[in-house]
Design a protein around this ligand. Structure first.
Ligand code: G6P
Ligand code: ZN
Length: 564
């Protein structure tokens, strides 16, 4: 860390000649803002909301107020580089100093991807960290901003903590800040002083890259590139650019130009930094076109999501999790130490089949990465994944986009197979779980809630659905096997006798009206049928679902707005 020892920083000692401006702590009177309630991924609002005077300050003070024992501790701060990132960090630094934090580690230029922030918190034994991001939501003056607190294990704050932050935000009457306008220089690595606090500007990539080198066979991956293997990684003008340049091009030897859109921009170049076939059209067109490279991948605004593509092949996140689990023995950091796998409920059951074959437990959790935390801490699960383009492991406590890309590269290097072949071989061995998600965005909220309420009605078990017999119909509830906490009403599950499944839930992250998500899957053991297109393979289930839910009658249309 740039040779940073506290002894090198003489100006940390307080002047006895009166208190200089930059060290004067002031209490600013304020009044609460309604709705400062962190959701699954922190407090996420438009930039215009965040730029109201005192808005960010109030929330940060609420966070600091509920963190017992914060004084004298080290925090990690960084964000995805979106508009308002740097200003927000300067405010947070002045408030951290005023609230008695001893040291803050902040990524150069205020950058830290979400998984890298989790890594830095863990690697430095920090008390916790503040991550500035609105993930895959668009950025810019008209875009979104967000802030979330992660605890010492590197994972998102649990609900009791975020609830306490919210409660505190609704009653506070002052916040504490250093009385200075001079920004801390974040453009160079090294130590600075702010009031009585040390600010250490760190290379945002170093700790993360070191961790990746422990987990994966870099020599084998470098060999792949040396033999002319081609990759296109789309950083979507978001935070993974510097990480991908450093890891894929500098360390692994992929040629320059492998990483596209690799410079983080405050508005992500006007794009929607969400790695899927709809929002990464340039990459999708390339991978399904005549000049496709061997491998294609993309990550989102803050670097925790991933999309994996081969030449003419799209890997569903559900299959990706299953493939990683099946090939864990090829990954040096996981060889011989995989204890189990966890997936969110709507994620397909492809991983369950691998777990069963390997004699490993498979956990089904509610949607949201935070539900994996206790399982990872207790070493009950090693890998985890969600259908919403999230894959990860116990190496950090966030999902990790670039990690998934490196894991796939490691598997391709070890097997010598193409992405399409890895998939084909996987399905031949474990069977294929055809899977699709149909989203109906911006539908009427009351109508959507009425639909869910209806599905909580009389049981459909024993009835016919798409020519099959329903064997399970419930509203998913979860009891955490580690801490015993329970979570109710997480989505409707309908399973049939031949292994098909329909899941219906409302998005917890949508902003306009409601977003209805329909998740469909069916199992196919016959390799002769594995080449089918997923939409074709699931067509009868889609039609039956539209009828069962009476979509046209309820919403005026039965066509989804997005299909993944
Ligand atoms: C965020 C969380 C994910 C979760 C997703 C669900 O991205 O980080 O863990 O899977 O939201 O979103 P939804 O809109 O389906 O509630
Ligand atoms: Zn994200």
């Amino acid at each position: 860390l740039a040779g940073a020892r506290s002894a090198d920083v003489p100006f940390l000692k307080r002047s006895t000649q009166g208190v200089p401006m930059a060290e004067r702590v002031i209490d600013v009177a304020t009044t609460p803002f309604a709705g400062q309630k962190p959701g699954t991924s922190g407090l996420r609002k438009t930039v215009t909301v965040f730029r109201q005077p005192h808005y960010l300050e109030n929330f940060v003070q609420a966070v600091f107020d509920v963190l017992e024992g914060l004084e004298g501790q080290t925090l990690v701060v960084g964000g995805d580089g979106r508009y308002f990132n740097q200003e927000a960090i300067q405010i947070i630094l002045r408030m951290a100093a005023a609230n008695g934090v001893a040291r803050v580690l902040v990524g150069r230029d205020g950058l830290l991807s979400t998984p890298a922030a989790s890594c830095v918190i863990r690697a430095h034994g920090a008390f916790g960290g503040l991550i500035l991001s609105a993930s895959h939501n668009p950025g810019g003056p008209e875009g979104d901003f967000g802030i979330k607190y992660n605890i010492g294990n590197g994972g998102p704050a649990p609900e009791r903590l975020t609830e306490a932050m919210y409660q505190r935000s609704q009653v506070l009457s002052r916040y504490r800040i250093l009385d200075t306008d001079t920004p801390v220089d974040l453009s160079r690595e090294g130590d600075r002083v702010l009031g009585g606090m040390r600010v250490t500007v760190i290379d945002p990539v170093a700790d993360y890259a070191a961790l990746m080198e422990q987990l994966f066979d870099f020599k084998a991956i470098a060999g792949l590139f040396a033999r002319g293997f081609t990759l296109c990684f789309d950083a979507m003008h978001a935070v993974t650019g510097p990480y991908a340049h450093a890891l894929l091009e500098d360390r692994l030897g992929a040629p320059r130009g492998t990483v596209i859109n690799g410079t983080p921009l405050p508005d992500f170049g006007g794009g929607h930094p969400d790695p899927n076939l709809t929002y990464a059209p340039e990459l999708a067109a390339l991978m399904f076109g005549p000049n496709a490279p061997d491998f294609g991948a993309a990550s989102d605004g803050d670097g925790d999501r991933n999309m994996i593509l081969g030449r003419g092949a799209f890997v569903t996140p559900s299959d990706s999790l299953a493939v990683l689990l099946a090939h864990a023995e090829h990954l040096p950091g996981y060889r011989g130490r995989v204890t189990g796998v966890a997936r969110s409920m709507p994620t397909s059951r492809a991983a369950d089949r691998v777990a069963e074959a390997l004699g490993l437990p498979c956990f089904e959790t509610p949607t949201g990465w935070k539900f994996f935390g206790t399982l990872l801490d207790a070493k009950l699960a090693t890998f985890c994944g969600e259908e919403s383009f999230g894959t990860g492991s116990d190496h950090v406590r966030e999902k990790d986009g670039l990690w998934a890309v490196l894991a796939w590269l490691n598997i391709l290097a070890a097997t010598g197979s193409s992405v399409a072949d890895v998939l084909r071989e996987h399905w031949a061995r474990f069977g294929r779980t055809f899977y699709t998600r149909h989203d109906h965005e911006g539908v009427d909220k009351d109508a959507a809630e009425a639909l869910i309420a209806d599905l909580r009605g009389p049981s459909l078990v024993g009835q016919t659905f798409a020519g099959r017999t329903v064997v399970l119909h419930d509203d998913f509830a979860y009891t955490d096997p580690v801490d015993g906490s329970t979570t109710q009403a997480q989505g409707i599950r309908l399973q049939t006798d031949d292994g098909a499944r329909l899941v219906v839930r409302l998005s917890g992250t949508g902003t306009q009206g409601a977003t209805l998500r329909l998740y469909l899957e069916r199992f196919e053991a016959d390799p002769a049928k594995h080449g089918l297109d997923a939409q074709e393979a699931l067509a009868d289930l889609v039609l039956a679902t539209r009828d069962l839910l009476r979509l046209r009658e309820r919403f005026g249309s039965e066509k989804p707005t997005v299909i993944t």
